[in-house]
Design a protein around this ligand. Structure first.
Ligand SMILES: [Zn+2]
Length: 344
């Protein structure tokens, strides 16, 4: 099956200056995909702007106007981490529209799976507040869009960014149609995502938080995927899987303290692809969240595409993490989460 990617130069026009979340991230990814010849194996999906109606699936119109006004006034800082430029609103509505287009391409069978290479990222943008480099919650908008347009009953979102996707978590906290699973360093920004936060009302159990201690590497992530994520997703039986793909858990990334390698990302993506193939006809949509070391980001995104394409050889030029941490023992944590969620 074809693998699609969403990209457009509009995403470079969200100009954040010297910020870690800057246009060079996407430039590094695209140039690496070109240099390695991988881009030719992919199908380009052109994004469009999300409509106000689509953005309103998650954000009130007052907030959407506030972001549009801020851009028209030249941009500036929205909180201590989040900055806008004059073209940021346009980039942001194309980011949300990009994952919508990726989702449509997968649901309509034009491609088997797709990755939206967009910015600004989305998983920290709450319904009424920009935060953590995010303006609109792209993955949440696409999820609500897919539930409505394709009349789906169950979507799983797997968020492996090193930060907890607080905004996605709260958007679907009381929605039994969405299983939200997040692995994240904890305690860490933004502070939410404890194991006790499991969803509310009818959605009790449909939020699975996997807060991990600093220092986790490929082995610990694989353990979490095999013992928690696989049985939780199998039980839920999603019709579509969306992935908030952040690469800031790579060992070379300076924003956090995890030890995952590019090979580790390939293993995680392979597990997710296996679940999509087994449970939902392969329907799988990735969207870019974090990842700030340009080499780690570019090689790990390429590895993600390699797995989606079924390429067996994974290039990992940075290799494994240097031995700066003793690997944490997460057996007790894994056991507790399995108990809380009644997982086999
Ligand atoms: Zn992150």
């Amino acid at each position: 099956m074809k693998v699609g990617f969403v990209y457009d130069p509009i995403y470079l026009q969200h100009d954040t200056g010297q910020h870690v979340e800057n246009p060079r991230r996407l430039e590094a990814i695209i140039s690496h995909l070109e240099q390695t010849g991988l881009k030719q194996q992919l199908t380009l999906i052109k994004p469009r702007a999300a409509s106000i109606e689509e953005l309103s699936l998650v954000h009130p119109e007052q907030y959407i106007s506030h972001i549009q006004d801020a851009a028209q006034k030249g941009g500036g800082w929205l909180d201590a981490d989040t900055v806008m430029s004059p073209n940021s609103y346009e980039a942001a509505i194309y980011a949300a529209g990009g994952i919508i287009k990726a989702t449509e391409a997968v649901m309509d069978g034009e491609v088997g799976s797709a990755f939206a290479l967009v910015r600004p990222p989305g998983h920290h943008a709450t319904s009424q507040r920009a935060m953590g480099f995010c303006l609109f919650n792209n993955v949440a908008i696409a999820t609500k869009y897919a539930l409505a347009k394709y009349k789906l009953e169950r979507i799983t979102i797997i968020d492996f960014d090193v930060h907890h996707g607080n905004a996605t978590h709260y958007t679907f906290y009381d929605n039994p149609q969405v299983l939200y699973i997040s692995t994240h360093e904890y305690p860490f920004y933004p502070g939410t995502g404890s194991i006790e936060e499991t969803g509310s009302g009818e959605a009790e159990g449909a939020t699975v938080n996997i807060p991990l201690p600093a220092g986790c590497g490929d082995a610990e992530y694989l353990q979490v995927f095999e013992q928690i994520i696989v049985p939780a997703v199998r039980r839920f039986k999603p019709q579509l899987i969306l992935v908030s793909a952040g690469y800031d858990l790579h060992w070379a990334d300076e924003l956090a303290l995890m030890q995952v390698s590019t090979t580790g990302f390939a293993q995680m993506v392979n597990t997710i692809k296996g679940l999509a193939d087994e449970l939902c006809g392969g329907r799988l949509v990735f969207t870019l969240e974090g990842g700030y070391n340009l080499t780690a980001l570019a090689t790990s995104v390429k590895a993600t595409f390699d797995v989606l394409l079924g390429n067996t050889s994974i290039d990992d030029p940075l290799g494994q993490a240097p031995p700066r941490f003793k690997a944490p023992d997460i057996a007790h944590l894994v056991k507790s989460i399995k108990e809380i969620h009644n997982l086999p």
